[in-house]
Design a protein around this ligand. Structure first.
Ligand code: SAH
Length: 398
């Protein structure tokens, strides 16, 4: 096996089991390994550290898979890792009764570059790094064996694949093609999911726990679900007893599904779906508040990722501040704000500072009543802080 030898003093993250070796940390390789090969990573003094898969086309030159020198990277390795991830989901109390959940979460589950989401009998997979892509057939066979799906669909992550020098990958990889609408159950609510064409792999499974959290705050409430996608929070609000629900969403396709989803869950109340840009729509609502005193009791802000790279963090924070400021202006005193960020580069501390800045500008007292994170089927690996990407604050606003 080829060796990758690190520069002096670049071994610490590897010893601490961070699963990435950046190209800048590498002093040299021996034996001219090819991209996709399994390599042993050695410290500058030759000490064996870990084993991973090489990809010189990526800034993340090695994705580390094991810190056990006796563990080979072969078909059995991927079978074991997937079995471990699947078993952990079976034993997750948060998933009792759930028909849709993340079965494997990349580095955080020891399967770098591989995401597997289950929607009933269908699996949606993303191969976002060469490390997993190189073992695609083995992984698919293991999923067929262990998860017994009717079909496995690849959902492309074109940016991530391009960064790894990989061509796009989309469509049915194994078995039958799922229907245009796959029905899933989340705590007794049913949602139609477009597994083949929806955003991400079709549904924001990572917000399940936060949707659960907001439901009890909704009895009698006028609820604003901003960045609503297919109405998953809105449906919760209805079941929680909301008096009126307004959704705002820029994707007209997503709103069609949101209407279907609310109808399918038998809501009978007053709903307004606004197709548009949340920034301008909330600004218009604020003008209406000033004119007519129309406010909301509960506001949910679940915007898309604003920061895609480190150079975008400042701009992203301005976006978060703007949208939070607007939301604060719209809330009735004593109202509840659930504000989220899924930008991994904006950490929980920074996000809280941004919300604080918005509260100062709005002149409102804001109490944090819960700190929120991604659902339990998207575990955070302690040695890999990058796996913690979704954070939120549940606030009481005076
Ligand atoms: N809350 C949803 C997930 C939201 S994902 C759920 O629980 O399912 C973020 C959503 O914001 C996406 O549906 C995207 O289409 C939408 N979006 C992106 N930019 C927007 C904007 N400027 N205004 C309104 N919606 C936007």
């Amino acid at each position: 096996m080829s060796n990758v030898i690190l520069k002096r003093d670049r071994d610490k993250p590897v010893r601490q089991r961070h699963p990435w070796v950046f190209s800048g940390a590498i002093a040299r390789t021996n034996d001219e390994p090819q991209d996709g090969d399994t390599v042993d990573v050695l410290a500058h003094d030759g000490d064996w550290l870990a084993r991973g898969i090489l990809n010189r086309r990526s800034q993340i030159a090695v994705r580390l898979l094991t810190w056990d020198p006796a563990e080979a990277v072969d078909a059995a390795f991927w079978q074991r890792r997937l079995a471990r991830a699947i078993d952990a989901r079976r034993r997750l109390p948060a998933l009792v009764g759930a028909s849709a959940y993340r079965l494997a979460f990349s580095e955080a589950d020891g399967v770098p570059g591989l995401v597997v989401d289950r929607y009933g009998p269908w699996l949606a997979v993303q191969f976002s790094a060469l490390a997993a892509d190189r073992w695609r057939d083995v992984i698919l066979a293991a999923l067929v064996d262990q998860a017994q799906p009717r079909g496995i669909v690849a959902r492309d992550d074109p940016e991530a694949r391009a960064r790894e020098g990989l061509l796009p990958l989309d469509g049915v990889l194994w078995g039958e093609s799922p229907p245009a609408r796959v029905e899933i159950d989340e705590d007794g609510l049913t949602f139609a999911v477009d597994v083949l064409g929806g955003q991400k792999t079709g549904f924001y499974l990572d917000q399940r726990d936060n949707r659960r959290l907001i439901e009890p705050y909704c009895p009698g409430a006028r609820v604003l679900d901003a960045f609503a996608y297919t109405g998953a929070f809105a449906a919760r609000a209805w079941r929680g007893g909301a008096a009126a629900v307004t959704t705002v969403e820029s994707s007209a396709e997503a709103l069609v599904l949101a209407e279907e989803n609310l109808a399918r869950n038998g809501h009978g109340g007053q709903t307004e779906h606004v197709a548009g840009n949340a920034f301008s729509e909330l600004r218009a609502f604020r003008a209406a508040v000033q004119r007519a005193g129309r406010r909301f009791d509960v506001v949910i802000l679940d915007p898309p990722k604003f920061a895609r790279s480190a150079s975008h963090v400042e701009r992203a924070c301005r976006g978060y501040k703007d949208i939070n400021l607007l939301a604060l202006h719209l809330l009735e005193p004593g109202g509840v704000l659930l504000t989220c960020s899924c930008s991994g580069l904006v950490n929980a501390d920074l996000f809280q500072k941004v919300v604080f800045g918005a509260a100062v500008d709005a002149g409102r007292d804001v109490q944090i009543i819960a700190h929120c994170a991604q659902s339990a089927d998207h575990p955070e690996l302690l040695s890999f802080p990058e796996s913690a990407y979704l954070k939120g604050l549940l606030c009481r606003v005076w």
